[in-house]
Design a protein around this ligand. Sequence first.
Ligand code: NAD
Length: 493
Amino acid sequence: MTTLPHLINGQRKTVDGKTVRTNINPATGTPINETPLDATDAVDQAVAAATEAFPAWSQTPVGDRVQFLFRYKTLLEEHVDELAALVVEEHGKTTAEGIGSVRRGIDCIEHACGAPVLMQGRTLPQIAVSSTFCRTEDEGGIGIDSAVDRVPLGVCAGITPFNFPVMVPMWMWPMAVATGNTFVLKPSEKDPVSALRTTELAMEAGLPPGVLNLVHGGHEVVNHLLAHDDVAAISFVGSTRAGEHIYRTAAAHGKRVQCMCGAKNHSIIMPDANRGAAVDGIVGSAFGNTGQRCLAGSVVVLVGETADWFVPELVKQAKAITVGAGDTPGVNMGPMQDVESCDRVMSYIDIGLQDGADLLLDGREANMPSEGCFVGPTIFDNVTPSMRIAAEEIFGPVLSVMRADTLDDAIAMVNESEYGNMAVLFTDSGHAARRFETTVQAGMLGINVGVPAPMAAFPFAGWKRSFFGDLHTNGEDGFRFFTKSRVTVRRWI
Ligand code: NAD
């Protein structure tokens, strides 16, 4: 079994700790590699390499820095199928989902290429006049100019989840290095090969050694990074439980932090909604990526008589989903990523039954392979907001159906959630849409869109316990997160 190497200073490097995690192909259960979990020495080496690379990289003109990203984008385009196949093997996505996730990563590279414009500061000439020292400038006094520049922070680190192993690291390091920082990535210990490969491709594209480093590990390695004196900022994506710990710990060590966290996303369907679009949107949102998505719509709230036409069609379409290995033609839902995730989903099906919800479709009885981490689409009806399946993030293909008399009642149900990542409304009414947009508590909204994932030019993050920090990832926020402002006041005498 291969123990995965780190990537430090442009080289594959083996630094073992005491423990490893054995990863499997979740579609077959076959072991594929081992991730070192506690190699804290590797963190020290990676941070040292990034620290050494920082002075030259931060002084490299931004136009030259983004040339590397242009080359990298071209290289990624050539490797889409290879990267997608790695994602399918180690994560379990379908091939189409794997390709889609790599393409969304490339979108971030394109956005980062905008650094020469997006990291610009502002200047205001003649913000004041100094007349106390002398009165030149045609007796009016010497003009004073003021400027704010955006400058890189230093060594930044990224800690990423398992569910988008190519895309999520690209929410971070391309913008960080485009703005002149150097970077240490700690990918999920559960499926780190595709992140390792994309990092190696960055070296092939000509990124200088030390600018981007990758260390494997689990919690101990993360905690070592959080406490490291030479790390200036932490960008995290993962569960709320981990994110809260990471936010507090990194902030206590004086670091800039952003934590994009867990979710329990609600979609509201109005009686006037386009029926086909609504059912398609909810099926895709709840069961796409096997529900392992921070934008998974895992609760649907049906207003008024919507349930009469929505529920039968929902169950029919969910039953038609073919579950199997992600690279098998015709399969449209892959396995859960590992055995523990599969067990967690099964246990939530039991919890839903114990809490009194009606099980309309039981994922344990789906037609699916006997080996591997499979569970089929699951639908509970007559769920109430206080039930655990309505309130807790399950992160699997389990959809809860709730019912409300009015739009305002439905919005109130959505706003009861401790999370606020995304919320969706299907309607034909502009008035209803406006009411929803202005009263629902979530950071990303969809109107007649089941998965309103912002493209990279827009910021990505939620509200409430789905996010800790100030600046979101991507968009202009991404550039602001990886730069600090420096104000200069100038007078030429
Ligand atoms: P996770 O929190 O278990 O792990 C994420 C990362 O944090 C991993 O690299 C892991 O090693 C590290 N980690 C986990 N617990 C830690 C601890 N106690 N101390 C130190 N480090 C720790 O998340 P996951 O299971 O890999 O991913 C799924 C979660 O990510 C879901 O909750 C999902 O909603 C969330 N997610 C959120 C977004 C978003 O944009 N808000 C995007 C993708 C995924």
